[in-house]
Each structure stands twice: as structure tokens, then as C-alpha cells.
Write a protein that binds this ligand. Structure first.
Ligand SMILES: C[S@@+](CC[C@H](N)C(=O)[O-])C[C@H]1O[C@@H](n2cnc3c(N)ncnc32)[C@H](O)[C@@H]1O
Length: 326
């Protein structure tokens, strides 16, 4: 089955990860697990990406503006650490705004925007190609949670993996390590990573950030069911589910769930699951790090932290780390 996430391409976006045949099996396994779950990567179809953009505007959602403020304040130092002329590979580029804010300082030789949400990526890249015509740009529609190798058109020299938004927090710690190891293998000895990592903070701040007053995060979370309906032909009734987002202090992570508001049967071609009232589907984790643990994770993965920038008002770290010789 072709993954509809990756079908609405144009010639300007290369679809990587040739087969998305794993998508239905991955979804079935999660839906039928004792504790039902859906990977957070399925939050992002074209509408999900737009809802995430709206979340970034909310007063409660501090990560985007905190990180953007760090880039604005320390951009020159970041550029000195990274050096001009790198191959800038933006993992989960979304609207590409954070990378674009650094273009004038980083002056990348090539910008490679990678995202699973292909249609949205295409729309984000088009104006950037015009505005920064001097920068060679590639768009890659791919799921980087699967094994991946970057295609030949991505320059090999001085790869800088740009991984903002604390997306690393979506991985459980062991998976985060495995992912960073893969990046280390993909970047060569002259490569580096520029990563934004959210740090542990007050539960009240975290609870509000993932369960905002307007209900935008709720819509974002519920949209995953609409997306799953499209992907596997399921019949989730979105009105029969309620969003929960909260900090689980014992596990050091924010969790998002969808709770069934009534007993119901959800069906898809070849399968079905009964959900009781109150039963939940786990849709996202967002691990919050201590700064020292984040640096240790990078070092274990083969990257040596060269600079760390933080915000005095809100714990969040942007780290530049250089590949250590293999
Ligand atoms: C939290 S948003 C961050 C967007 C942007 N980088 C920022 O910092 O504002 C996560 C982005 O990663 C993309 N994404 C999530 N999982 C992915 C995966 N497995 N493969 C490729 N892209 C993924 C989403 O589509 C989304 O654009």
C-alpha cells in the first residue's frame, strides 16, 4: 500500500525511504496492543502540520518562542561554532522557519529539508527557494524513524544536522541514543549536530503547554485519528475521543493520550478493536532532559558538545556538538 502521507509530492520534493509498506502494520500493531498507541509521527499530515504551527503561536507553548529567542540572541555565536558553508540538514523541518532564520548567518552551501509531512514541506520550501536563490535546496519526504540513508544529492561534506523543537524528546531514551548514533554514522568525521532540547521544568508550565485553553493541542492530537482513518481506512469517530496532555513526573516526560468517551468498536479493513469508556490511546511522549544528561547522551552517541546556549527565563538548551572521530 502506498502511504498517502508521501503521495502528494511534486518533482521538487524527493520521496525517500522507497517503501512505506510498513505503515499499516505499524498502525495495526499499535492499535491492537494491550495499551493502544499510535506513533506521534502520524500527528503530521498537512492539517496536523498547520495545527502544530498554530500551537507555536499559543501563549502556553513556550518551546518554539524560547528556542527562537536563543537563535535570535546567539545566532552569531552559533554561526561561529558551526562555520559558514555547511550542508544544513533540517530533520523534521516543518515550516522551515527556524532554519531560515539562521541562513543569513550560517550561509549554508546546501539546505536539505526533511519531513514526513510532504505536502506541507513542499509549501514551506517554495518561497524559500525564491528568497534564498543562492542556496542550493533539497526537500526530502521521508520517515526518519525508519532506517535511512541520505540520497546521493545530499552533499557529504560538513553535514550539520539541525534538530530543533526538542523533537528528540519524542524518542524514549534508548531510541534517542539509537537515532543519534545513526546521525553520527551519516555525518562523517567533519559533521556536527545543532539540537534544541527542552529541559525539565515546573509541572504547571508543562501541563498548560500540552493542554492549552483554546483546545488547539486537543485538535492537533485528535487529528491523528482522522489521519489514521485516511491511512488504513479506519472508522474512528473523532467526537467520541477526548484529549489529555500532562507531565508524568515519575517518568520525566509529558504524555499525550486520547480517551474514549464511550464503549465503542473501531474497525478497519481486516481488523477491529473494542475500546471501553475511559480507555486511552497513547499518542506522544515528550521527554524533558537535565542539561547534563542531554550532553552525556550526545557524547555517548559520538558527538562532543562544543557550545550550549540557554534562556535565563525558561529552561531550554540549544547545543552544538561536533562528531567525535570514529
Ligand atoms: C515538533 S515539529 C517541529 C517542527 C520544526 N522543526 C520546529 O522546530 O518548529 C516536528 C516535525 O517533525 C516532523 N516529523 C515527525 N516525525 C517524523 C519522522 N519520523 N520522519 C520525518 N519527519 C518527522 C513533523 O512532520 C514535524 O514537521
Amino acid at each position: 500500500m502506498i502511504n498517502p502521507m508521501l503521495t502528494s509530492c511534486t518533482s521538487e520534493i524527493t520521496l525517500e525511504g522507497s517503501s512505506n509498506a510498513h505503515v499499516p502494520d505499524e498502525l495495526f500493531a499499535g492499535l491492537l496492543a494491550k495499551q493502544a498507541c499510535i506513533s506521534p509521527k502520524f500527528l503530521y499530515d498537512a492539517l496536523g502540520s498547520k495545527l502544530f504551527e498554530a500551537i507555536c503561536e499559543l501563549p502556553e507553548y513556550y518551546p518554539t518562542r524560547t528556542e527562537a529567542a536563543i537563535f535570535a540572541r546567539h545566532g552569531a555565536e552559533i554561526a561561529r561554532a558551526a562555520g559558514e558553508g555547511c550542508t544544513l540538514i533540517d530533520l523534521g523541518a516543518g515550516n522551515c522557519a527556524k532554519a531560515a532564520s539562521l541562513f543569513p548567518l550560517l550561509k549554508p552551501a546546501q539546505y536539505v529539508a526533511v519531513d514526513i509531512s510532504t505536502e506541507f514541506l513542499h509549501e514551506a520550501l517554495a518561497p524559500l527557494r525564491q528568497r534564498f536563490a543562492q542556496i542550493e535546496m533539497e526537500g526530502l519526504g521521508m520517515d526518519f524513524s525508519q532506517q535511512f540513508a541520505l540520497p546521493a544529492q545530499v552533499r557529504a561534506a560538513r553535514r550539520l544536522f539541525f534538530y530543533p523543537g526538542s523533537s528528540i524528546g519524542n524518542f524514549a531514551p534508548d531510541d534517542a541514543y539509537a537515532f543519534l548514533r545513526r546521525l553520527r554514522l551519516e555525518c562523517g568525521d567533519d559533521g556536527a549536530i545543532l539540537i534544541g532540547i527542552d529541559l525539565a521544568k515546573d509541572k504547571a508550565v508543562l501541563d498548560a503547554a500540552y493542554d492549552d485553553a483554546l483546545g488547539v493541542t486537543a485538535a492537533f492530537n485528535l487529528n491523528i485519528l482522522r489521519h489514521v482513518n485516511t491511512l488504513i481506512g479506519a472508522d474512528f469517530d473523532i467526537r467520541a475521543w477526548r484529549h489529555h496532555g500532562f507531565y508524568n513526573a515519575a517518568r520525566g516526560r509529558v504524555e499525550m493520550h486520547l480517551e474514549s468517551t464511550r464503549a465503542q468498536l473501531v474497525q478497519w479493513p481486516g481488523g477491529a478493536r473494542r475500546f471501553e469508556a475511559g480507555e486511552r490511546i497513547h499518542t506522544e511522549n515528550s521527554y524533558k532532559y537535565q542539561q547534563a544528561d542531554a550532553i552525556e547522551l550526545l557524547e555517548r552517541s559520538g558527538f562532543e558538545a562544543t557550545r550550549v546556549w540557554t534562556d535565563p527565563r525558561c529552561p531550554f538548551a540549544v547545543i552544538h556538538a561536533q562528531a567525535m572521530a570514529a
